[in-house]
Design a protein around this ligand. Structure first.
Ligand code: GDP
Ligand code: IMO
Ligand code: MG
Length: 460
């Protein structure tokens, strides 16, 4: 007897066919019936449309986990004629029946979180029942925003161009240990108040030294404010690590939702023009308490071109009309700050580096529709750095600043592809473009997105 095992993304089952000499038994696995722990991670400088892929995958995952970053993230999701913008809340919260989890590695501004929850409640989504917040997560305070504003100003031309949400300052205090407050601390009023008085006195000294005109922060007012915010958050606060391990043991389908992108990772990105967390897949175990080996599907998300918000090197950036056109067609303006995003060609040196450090096993190519109606498209396959052809992503920004992209030129397509839902209906040149990304990233492409809506997705 011959047994054939097939893998297929949309069907499952088994049966028998009559073979030439003997019956053939076939077993077809439904993709999600063998994959339970999935991760979605951005392979560029953020805004790759991770939110859209997470939203699609929550169809088959019941637990969605944010593990790093904070309300610097901005994920836009569209379905049923509605647009949702999420920042600190995991995108999975939009699906009824999905439990959204904010893990220990996230930094939380409680007022921003409660406001975001309220805005979803106002739209009729039952957030209260399905949000869990780690008691280990660190808390963002007003002094973090104040410090960031002064430091960014002092950096002058070298400013990182942060989102001004206090993210970096909160992570710095976490690493320093002395001035950090975790969510769990908010429920121990005596020690919290004592600690806050010490921290605020110290922060006032620092702020005044950096900027004599800085406003003096009032520890009592902050204590009162945060105590009240903490009370409102209390029903959601638990030890999410223990919860996730119980869920894993029970066979729950987890989906890890990355914020930012691997090139903004504090260890592996374009330092110092990065965020302050591990925004590559490296952040998953530290930020959730779930070991890396529990993850059996790592999806890398890329835009069909490249964007970046804020400062830092960007070898394929387009300062011309083409860049402007991509920005307008792709509506490339930041979800959080509204800043115009810098736009450029697809950089395969950078994205394949990210794919390697994240260990991705498949790719999602997003916003392909934005590249329609270009005569020619360019994909960067190597850098020229002082006359040398380089395919390893440089570790120092001074080398990256010198990198001149070496392009592979591809013919464009003129058709509107926003209504295409099957691979075979994509124009041949669009197929070739996606296949080029696949070849350069050395991983199969699983999803091609041709519009912001859930339905505008080609599943391969
Ligand atoms: P994220 O931070 O990675 O989740 O990405 P953002 O939500 O910040 O940015 C992606 C933007 O592209 C959002 O406004 C999405 O609605 C939009 N988008 C997602 N997929 C597509 C697509 O295939 N085509 C177009 N034109 N827009 C898309
Ligand atoms: P999502 O999840 C794009 C950028 C900022 C700045 C740098 C540091 O939507 O992809 P920070 O406030 O984190 O200290 O800023 O990181 N940045 C993002 N860029 N998408 C994001 O998130 C980003 N989050 C932070 O613009 O350059
Ligand atoms: Mg975004």
């Amino acid at each position: 007897m011959t047994v054939v095992i097939l893998w297929c993304p949309r069907v499952s089952g088994s049966g028998q066919l009559s073979g030439k000499n003997s019956p053939v038994t076939f077993i077809v696995f439904y993709e999600e019936s063998i994959v339970t722990v999935t991760s979605v991670v951005g392979l560029q400088w953020g805004d790759e449309a991770k939110g859209k892929i997470v939203d699609i995958l929550t169809d088959v995952h019941q637990f969605v986990v944010r593990y790093q970053g904070g309300n610097n993230a901005g994920h836009t999701v569209k379905f049923g004629g509605e647009t949702y913008k999420l920042s600190l809340l995991p995108t999975g919260i939009l699906r009824p029946g999905v439990t959204a989890i904010i893990g220990p590695g996230v930094v939380i501004n409680p007022a921003a979180l409660l406001q975001e929850m309220q805005s979803l409640k106002d739209r009729g989504l039952p957030v209260a029942e399905n949000l869990l917040v780690s008691d280990r997560a660190h808390v963002i305070f007003p002094y973090h925003m104040a410090e960031e504003a002064v430091l960014e100003r002092l950096r002058g031309d070298g400013a990182i161009g942060t989102t001004m949400r206090g993210i970096g300052m909160c992570y710095r205090d976490k690493a320093s240990r002395t001035h950090a407050v975790r969510i769990g601390d908010l429920y121990r009023p005596e020690s919290f108040q004592k600690r806050l008085v010490e921290i605020v006195a110290y922060k006032n000294q620092i702020l005044k030294a950096l900027d004599p005109s800085a406003a003096t922060l009032d520890a009592d007012a902050i204590f009162a404010d945060y105590t009240q915010l903490a009370a409102r958050l209390k029903p959601h606060v638990i030890d999410t690590t223990a919860y996730l391990h119980r869920t894993l043991k029970a066979g729950g389908n987890l989906l890890f939702e990355g914020a930012q992108g691997a090139l903004l990772d504090v260890d592996h990105g374009t330092f110092p023009y990065v965020t302050s967390s591990n925004s590559s897949a490296a952040g998953i175990p530290t930020g959730s308490g779930v070991p890396q080996r529990a993850i059996n599907d790592m999806i890398g998300v890329v835009k069909a071109y490249t964007t970046r918000v804020g400062g830092g090197p960007f070898p394929t950036e387009l300062h011309d009309e083409t860049g402007q056109r991509i920005r307008e067609v792709g509506r490339e303006y930041g979800t959080v700050t509204g800043r115009p995003r810098r736009c450029g060609w697809f950089d395969a040196v950078a994205a394949s580096y990210s794919a390697r450090i994240c260990g991705v096993n498949r790719i999602s190519v997003m916003l392909l529709d934005v590249l329609s109606q270009h005569e020619e498209l360019c994909v960067c396959e190597a850098y020229d750095i002082e006359g040398e052809r380089v395919t390893d992503f440089p570790s120092h920004i001074e080398d990256l600043q010198k990198a001149k992209p070496i392009y592979r030129r591809l013919a464009g397509w003129h058709e509107d592809i926003t209504g295409v839902t099957t691979w075979s209906k994509l124009p041949a040149n669009a197929q070739r473009y996606v296949e080029t990304i696949q070849e350069l990233l050395e991983q199969p492409v699983s999803y091609v997105s041709v519009g912001p809506d859930r339905e505008q997705t080609i599943c391969l």
